[in-house]
Design a protein around this ligand. Sequence first.
Ligand SMILES: NC(=O)C1=CN([C@@H]2O[C@H](COP(=O)(O)OP(=O)(O)OC[C@H]3O[C@@H](n4cnc5c(N)ncnc54)[C@H](OP(=O)(O)O)[C@@H]3O)[C@@H](O)[C@H]2O)[C@@H](O)CC1
Ligand SMILES: Nc1ncnc2c1ncn2[C@@H]1O[C@H](COP(=O)(O)OP(=O)(O)OP(=O)(O)O)[C@@H](O)[C@H]1O
Length: 576
Amino acid sequence: MLVNATRGFLWSDMETRALLNIWGEHDVQTALDGNFRNSHVYRDVANRLCELGFDRTPDQCRIRVKSLKRQYFQAKEGSRKNGQYHKMCKFYDEMERILSNRSLVESQDIDSVAVGGDETMDEDAESTELLQEAHMDGSGECSFMEHPVKTEYPSCPIPVTVGGMSSFPTKQSSLTKTNPPATSSSRPRRSKKRFANMSLEKLMEKFLEQSMEAEDNFYRLEEQRLQAEDKRREEEHSRELQMLQMLGQIFAGIRAPSPAPQATPQPSCIPQTNPAVPPTRPPFGNGNHPPALTEFASHSQPAGPGLLMEEGDAQFIERSFSLGTAAMDNVIPLLRNTIPPLTSKKHKGQDGRIGIIGGCQEYTGAPFFAAISALKVGADLSHVFCTKDAAPVIKSYSPELIVHPVLDSPNAVEEIEKWLPRLHSLVVGPGLGREDMLLKNAKEIIERSKLRGIPIIIDADGLWLVAKEPSVIQGYQRGILTPNFMEFTRLYEAMHHEPLDSTDHKRSAQQLAIAMGHLTLVLKGEEDIITDGKNMLTCSQEGSGRRCGGQGDLLSGSLGVFAHWAFSSPPDATKG
Ligand SMILES: NC(=O)C1=CN([C@@H]2O[C@H](COP(=O)(O)OP(=O)(O)OC[C@H]3O[C@@H](n4cnc5c(N)ncnc54)[C@H](OP(=O)(O)O)[C@@H]3O)[C@@H](O)[C@H]2O)[C@@H](O)CC1
Ligand SMILES: Nc1ncnc2c1ncn2[C@@H]1O[C@H](COP(=O)(O)OP(=O)(O)OP(=O)(O)O)[C@@H](O)[C@H]1O
């Protein structure tokens, strides 16, 4: 078995010693001395190495020997200068023993190559050398003469490069002196090879130098980049801290208890313009707002420190609840009383589980608007019971919604009824459509919800159903109808069997509320009219100038939450 079958061009010390033992033998040296063509000698050396278990080609042996010779002569030259030869040639002693028997001519010749050419070969460089050899000589012949050969061409001075400068060897040079019969065929070859060796090695050296330089540059730049990144991160961090501090101030401003709470928001709670009079924030609920309302308040005016927030908060209350009539203003404290406090003592769902009955193939937006506004106002959970094909669409609008694709299923009522015990209020109609089967299911669900005392807000197509069958909700005190003018007209005419007198909306609204059994009617319009037939509130607060679809859905969804809060509050909180 071969010891070094996979070792490639690297020679182990053991291999090298075996090689030197063979190569140093007298017979081998004689054969090399006496023959210009020495490939057969190295073939023999390789064979004998193989017998010892080292698999080397004749070329590898020749190149190895050559490399050793070069190291030896470099070391010899080095030792002449500073005595450091032993570091340069591991096999110096072996080489010395062998080569001291060789002719002075050869040693001087090689010496001149090694030293003058500034070559520093080691074992690792042999692959490079072998490549060069392949270019120089494909015959297996020794391209480096072991023995000078006479030729017919006259000798001529060959330029050699020393330290990057060309010069001509002088007559005194050992090369010329020791090789008088040097031929033109051998000399140029050797010189060419020396130049090739030199330039390649120098190129490699240069390449290595430049690689190291490039590497240095890379690390320097990388360090600069990392430093810049650190700096940027620090700046970002301090910016974030600043933002957090500002937010902290804002929330502190919102939460700070009002120094002199007002019982009723008066026009004076409109943002104070006199900086001498500190603005007060009217109490809202018990001062602990649902997140959506707080969020809304904080967004309703430009971000700023606590003082500005107080003003914005006041403005929010004013815009939303101080609605221009004394009667309406009196409602504000009652409304505040119904809003549940934010507390860690409750669990998910207790502040409102709202159900929306609506959502069909045509209308997926309406139930979404209603359901999401319920959450934004402060409900904990919002369920949508819709048709099968509307469900994926509504689900994809928001992951916050719980969507049940049951409204058009054969057992829709039973499916939905299972949820009724868990629902605090029901909004029937947004996007329901007017298909008989869906209206029938909606009607049945209203009936079952009434049995449970669940507050029911009826809007949009739910009102279409009521117009057809008023009894479905008539007289139910926890029912709220939210018609737009068209829906109102339909309802009115269905109940009164006569055309609506459109000159007096308040009166018509009151009449309809009475006819419906004193449930709550919210007639939407430029002025909203809210009545149960006994009491009436109006809201002329200007909302959006746009009359786009969906605004009524937002209202019905929000009312679902407020209705739950109001009906679940103690009677004295809402004065009945
Ligand atoms: N994105 C969605 O999914 C949305 C879905 N939606 C859902 O659509 C379904 C149908 O609801 P709907 O209100 O469009 O139907 P409907 O009762 O026939 O009334 C339409 C007719 O009434 C009239 N009209 C309306 N208001 C009036 C007024 N104030 N004063 C006077 N006239 C007025 C108006 O007459 P016109 O302008 O044509 O003269 C119009 O032709 C329902 O399920 C709803 O939830 C919507 O919520 C929108 C967003
Ligand atoms: N002419 C108006 N001027 C000012 N506000 C209005 C006017 N008409 C309606 N509003 C307000 O818009 C809100 C929605 O009313 P709208 O009549 O658009 O309901 P809707 O038709 O049921 O809506 P939706 O498109 O959701 O079905 C109500 O809160 C109402 O106060």
